[in-house]
Design a protein around this ligand. Structure first.
Ligand SMILES: NC(=O)c1ccc[n+]([C@@H]2O[C@H](COP(=O)([O-])OP(=O)(O)OC[C@H]3O[C@@H](n4cnc5c(N)ncnc54)[C@H](OP(=O)(O)O)[C@@H]3O)[C@@H](O)[C@H]2O)c1
Length: 221
């Protein structure tokens, strides 16, 4: 199989960290570029990893280095952490949009985004609207292959304390498929599995379908 190159943003986060593990363990990728604002330490010492440390406000300064076949984006913040809706939008919309634009211009073929359940540019909920607007702008770029994953609340071992999110995640473990919380590892497995076939056009993976998309890739590390 022809080996490809990957680029990941958000690798210090919950889903991004799981995704990075899988990319580095996969025989499908010869090199993984980790675009990050701070060093990941150990993970970046892998022989197939290359760390690109940059302030995301200044992505243009590394534009020629944002080059890979497949791009994985798990960037994000919370409104509380960001401090304002405008700042949240900067991280959850502007940074991914800019990254996608630069990577596509450099010849990337597949873009995989961790979006969110209910993402819609017409939503009355600010968070869902920002996610939907990002999805729309990515579609408009006409990626050869675009994968939008829309998880419900994400489950996993988060270092940061988010008590309300954690409680919601626990309650939603037993909810119907559409709402059920989704393990970060499952989302990451679905991202990497979908990238393997990189289906043409837009693939939307709703929350309840993420487990199936992860399929046998889950458990493979
Ligand atoms: N949490 C949920 O239940 C949930 C549900 C549905 C969808 N989502 C979406 O899924 C995506 C991934 O979620 P997650 O929980 O894995 O995220 P996470 O653990 O909070 O990780 C977020 C990543 O974004 C990076 N980031 C945040 N602010 C940044 C900034 N100003 N500049 C550069 N990088 C920045 C973080 O880097 P640092 O480590 O340097 O901060 C980290 O790598 C997000 O878009 C989120 O909105 C989340």
């Amino acid at each position: 199989m022809k080996q490809r190159t990957a680029l990941i943003a958000g690798a210090s986060g919950l889903v991004g960290g799981e995704c990075l593990k899988r990319l580095l363990a996969s025989d499908a990728y010869s090199m993984v570029t980790i675009v990050t604002r701070r060093s990941l330490g150990g993970a970046a010492e892998h022989p197939h990893a290359r760390e690109l440390i940059v302030d995301f406000e200044d992505l243009d300064s590394v534009r020629t280095e944002l080059r890979a076949d497949h791009v994985f984006c798990a960037l994000g913040t919370t409104i509380r952490k960001a401090g304002s809706q405008a700042r949240f939008r900067q991280v959850d919309f502007e940074y991914p949009r800019h990254l996608a634009e630069l990577a596509l211009a450099n010849g990337a073929q597949h873009f995989s985004l961790v979006s969110a359940l209910g993402a819609s540019s017409k939503s009355g909920v600010f968070y869902s609207r920002v996610k939907g607007e990002l999805e729309d702008v990515l579609r408009g770029m006409e990626w050869p292959s675009l994968c939008l994953l829309r998880p419900s609340v994400i489950a996993g071992d988060r270092k940061e304390s988010r008590p309300i999110e954690r409680l919601t995640e626990r309650l939603l473990r037993f909810a119907p498929g559409t709402w059920r919380s989704v393990p970060a590892a499952q989302i990451a497995a679905a991202m990497v599995a979908t990238a393997r076939s990189a289906p043409q056009g837009v693939t939307i993976i709703e929350s309840g379908a993420i487990a199936a998309a992860a399929g046998s890739a889950l458990g493979a590390s």
